[in-house]
Design a binder for this molecule. Structure first.
Ligand code: H2B
Length: 95
């Protein structure tokens, strides 16, 4: 179920570093180097497959840009916030 703007605003307070950009939950990660960025993508990919909820992401050298949106719902859902939490958890271990 697509979250309302008010629900999203509340949830964002519990997810520092995340914002809404173009209707998607967004965060930019910066790692020490390319290897760490790829390590993050690889470790996250395994968890993402278990979740069966997939981010839109891009990598440039040590940076990874992430957008989360639920395509089936046409907006941001709790699944996107759950994915954001998992990505933050993995990113911490790659720092
Ligand atoms: N990921 C995202 N971001 N949005 C979806 O709607 C979505 C997904 N749907 N991953 C899932 C897969 C769905 O297609 C499968 C069948 O569960």
């Amino acid at each position: 179920m697509k979250l309302t703007t008010i629900e999203i605003r509340k949830l964002l307070k519990q997810h520092p570093g995340w914002s809404v950009e173009n209707g998607k939950l967004h965060r930019d990660y910066r790692f020490a180097d390319f290897s760490q960025a790829i390590g993050f993508l690889t470790m996250a990919a395994l968890k993402i497959e278990v979740l069966d909820h997939h981010p839109e992401w891009a990598n440039v050298y040590n940076r990874v840009s992430v957008n989360c949106v639920t395509h089936d719902a046409g907006g941001i859902t709790m699944k996107d916030f759950a994915l954001a939490a998992v990505l933050d958890q993995v990113a911490k271990r790659c720092a």
